[in-house]
Design a protein around this ligand. Structure first.
Ligand code: NAD
Length: 252
C-alpha cells in the first residue's frame, strides 16, 4: 500500500475528482478526512470507505470560511494526531463571463472557494509539516490555470493563481521535507457543471471554440491515479510542478 497510515485531508470529496481521490487513498491505506460543504455526500463517501475496510471520518467544511478551515485541520489532528497529505480539491465553475461582464460577488465567491481556501488550508498545515519535516500538498488546478479561455475570466484567474501559489509553496519549503504540486485536469466527467447556473452566452461561445480540439472527456478515477502518485514517496523529487492530465487536449 502506497499511503499506509498516512493521514490525508481531501476537500470537496463528496463528488467527482475528490470522491475518487478519497476512495483511492483509503484503498492505499490512508486515514482519510472526507471534507465537503455537502456533509451528507461526504458522509456517504466515508461510509463507503468504512464498508470496504478503510478508515475515514467526514467533516462539513465550507472552504470559503476561515473558521471552517480551522475546524477541518484541528478536528483532523484531534482525531488522527497529525496531517500528512492535504488535497485542495473543492472548486466551482464560473458562468463563462468575460471580464466585461463580471459582478463583484461572483468574482469574490470564485476566488474564495478556488483560491483563498488553498492559501488558508496550506497556511494552517505548514506549521504541522515543518515540525516533522514532512508533508505533501496537492492542489487541483485546471487546464484553465495554464490556458486563457477554458472558462470565464474569474475561474481562469482563480486557477492561474493556484498554480502560482503551488510553485511558490513548493520552492519556499523545498528544503523542509515538504512538497507542493498541482494537477491541471482537462474536461472530466463530474458534477461541476451544476455550478454553472446561468452561462454567459458570449463568454461560453468563446470558451467552447476550444472544445473542438478536446480528444475526450476523462474520468475522475484517471485524475485520482495522478493524485496518488503525487502523494506517495514515488514522487519524492516532484515539487512545485503542475501535471497536466487532459488526454492531450492542451497539447494541440
Ligand atoms: P464536483 O462538483 O463533482 O465536486 C466538487 C465538490 O466540491 C462537490 O462535492 C462540492 O460540494 C464541493 N464544494 C463546492 N463548493 C465548496 C465549498 N465552498 N466548500 C467545500 N466544498 C465545496 O466537481 P469536480 O469536477 O470533481 O471538481 C473538483 C476540482 O477539479 C475543482 O477544483 C475543479 O475546479 C477541478 N477541475 C475540474 C474539471 C472538470 O472538468 N470536472 C476540470 C479541471 C479542474
Amino acid at each position: 500500500m502506497k499511503l499506509h497510515n498516512k493521514v490525508a485531508i481531501v476537500t470537496g470529496a463528496a463528488s467527482g475528482i475528490g470522491k475518487q481521490i478519497a476512495l483511492l487513498y483509503a484503498k492505499e491505506g490512508a486515514k482519510v478526512v472526507v471534507s465537503d460543504l455537502n456533509f451528507e455526500g461526504a458522509t456517504k463517501v466515508m461510509e463507503e470507505i468504512k464498508a470496504n475496510g478503510g478508515n475515514a471520518i467526514s467533516i462539513k467544511t465550507n472552504v470559503a470560511l476561515e473558521e471552517d478551515i480551522q475546524n477541518l485541520i484541528d478536528t483532523t489532528v484531534n482525531t488522527y494526531g497529525t496531517v500528512d497529505i492535504l488535497v485542495n480539491n473543492a472548486g466551482i465553475m464560473d458562468n463563462f463571463e468575460p471580464v466585461g461582464d463580471i459582478e463583484d460577488k461572483n468574482w469574490e465567491q470564485i476566488m474564495a472557494v478556488n483560491t483563498t481556501s488553498v492559501m488558508r488550508t496550506s497556511r494552517k498545515v505548514i506549521p504541522i509539516f515543518l515540525k516533522k519535516a514532512s508533508g505533501v500538498i496537492i492542489n487541483i488546478a485546471s487546464a484553465g490555470g495554464l490556458n486563457g479561455a477554458r472558462a470565464g475570466a474569474a475561474y481562469t484567474a482563480s486557477k492561474h493563481a493556484v498554480i502560482g501559489l503551488t510553485k511558490n509553496t513548493g520552492f519556499m519549503y523545498a528544503q523542509n521535507g515538504i512538497r507542493c504540486n498541482a494537477i491541471a485536469p482537462g474536461a472530466v466527467e463530474t458534477n461541476i457543471s451544476s455550478t454553472i447556473t446561468h452561462p454567459d452566452k458570449f463568454g461560453a461561445g468563446r470558451a467552447y471554440v476550444g472544445m473542438a480540439t478536446n480528444p475526450r472527456i476523462g474520468k475522475p478515477e484517471e485524475i485520482a491515479q495522478v493524485a496518488l502518485f503525487l502523494a506517495s514517496d514515488e514522487a519524492s523529487f516532484v515539487n512545485g510542478a503542475t501535471i497536466v492530465v487532459d488526454g492531450g487536449w492542451t497539447a494541440y
